[in-house]
Design a protein around this ligand. Structure first.
Ligand code: AOF
Ligand code: ZN
Length: 363
């Protein structure tokens, strides 16, 4: 395939970035394509933390293929790094390799980089072009950007409901409202998240595992349970395999010890009402390097998270059926004025088999 312009080169770099979707976190998913005389001579994407960044992968790929990278253009979906992190600075590596021009989709808001990658390249006489397919590149790393810019994850709340907005019958029956296609798609969104969050109500009622099973994934997201009064049973399936974070509002040393034996970590974060402080939790998850947080909870926790402005995006699967009087997706208070309504914009709507998938963002 020949690359005739910067948009084409970046589109290919973004395709490479997407190949790292499930493996790079907490690092961003970056793609890099090296082009010389319109011909692609090297390609790569970010590897798991501690391993090579996209640029190094692409340079190594070019070398393996026997290509001379001197004077080539590097298309990268994020500003090349300028710092020594777990790996050395990519900007230096590109300079040493003799790259002639760098086209980047957007700057890296990581304070350790923050424009210094571009500055290094320019200082070395390399032409730098930025803002090519920037909004597509932002989508790819929406969680990393959120963590770097706001100090908290990008929070995506998933629900599945009938067309009348019900998530179960009045008696609790809910398997299944949406199709297998929609449910598998839900696992794809789980897989790309750094963590999956639910509440103690869901753990007690459904005893979910909260793992990715419908698709192959090299890593399982961390599981997080909000459990203000530490009611969770040490036998709950969400603890299987260890590593689950339990977020409570009050300490209970005996209970905590039993949960720790199951490999869980307990985080105590109370608010003044004796519940978990949700906005503070989001900050804590930012500090713990959670980029994308996938919420699959019941209508109560969903409602609390929305009311406390902790949600960025709804991922709603809607089935073409009507379930009649039962719980809705979110427990929100009645409003007196339409001025108080929560407003969203539809970001994307797609049909999956018989169902609809709606991505809507709070504005
Ligand atoms: C790049 N190319 O492919 C990625 C970058 O600890 P390290 O060395 O792996 O550095 C991680 C930081 O590097 C990460 O927080 C982000 O700012 C940047 N990611 N940079 O040049 C890449 N993934
Ligand atoms: Zn780098």
């Amino acid at each position: 395939m020949n690359i005739e312009n910067d948009v084409q080169g970046m589109a290919l770099a973004l395709e490479w970035a997407a190949k790292g979707m499930l493996i790079t976190s907490p690092n961003p998913r970056v793609g890099c394509v090296l082009v010389k005389d319109g011909v692609v001579i090297g390609e790569g994407h970010t590897q798991p933390p501690g391993q090579a960044h996209a640029e190094v992968q692409a340079l190594n790929d070019a070398m393996r293929r026997g290509n001379d990278v001197r004077g080539a253009t590097a298309y990268v979906s994020l500003e090349p790094c300028s710092h020594f992190g777990r790996t050395p600075p990519c900007a230096d590596t590109l300079i040493r390799a003799g790259i002639g021009k760098v086209v980047a989709a957007l700057g890296d808001p990581n304070p350790l980089v923050g424009g210094q990658g571009f500055a290094k390249l320019r200082a070395a006489g390399i032409e730098v072009v930025t803002d090519v397919l920037a909004s597509e590149a932002r989508e790819m790393n929406i969680g990393f950007l959120s963590r770097m810019q706001r100090g908290r994850p990008w929070v995506r709340m998933k629900t599945a409901a009938s067309l009348d907005g019900r998530t179960a019958l009045y008696n609790g029956h809910s398997q299944w409202i949406t199709s297998a296609e929609a449910r598998d798609d839900g696992h794809r969104w789980r897989a790309r998240a750094c963590a999956i969050l639910t509440g103690i109500g869901t753990v007690i009622e459904d005893n979910p595992q909260l793992t990715v099973r419908a698709i192959d994934t090299p890593r399982q997201p961390r599981r997080i349970v909000i459990d203000s009064r530490l009611q969770i049973s040490p036998d709950a399936r969400v603890l299987t395999g260890g590593g689950t974070w339990i977020v409570a509002a009050q300490s209970d040393p005996d209970k905590e010890a039993r949960l720790r034996e199951r490999g869980a970590e307990i985080i105590i974060l109370p608010n003044t009402h004796g519940k978990v402080d949700l906005p503070l939790l989001m900050e804590e998850l930012g500090r713990r390097q959670i980029n994308e947080l996938h919420v699959e909870a019941g209508f109560k926790l969903n409602g609390s998270l929305i009311r406390e402005a902790c949600v960025d995006e709804l991922l709603v699967y809607l089935a073409p059926s009507l379930l009649g009087d039962a719980h809705g997706m979110f427990d929100l208070r009645a409003l007196d004025s339409l001025d108080d309504r929560k407003r969203l914009s539809f970001h994307e709507i797609k049909q999956l088999g018989p169902d609809l998938r709606i991505l809507a963002r709070f504005i």
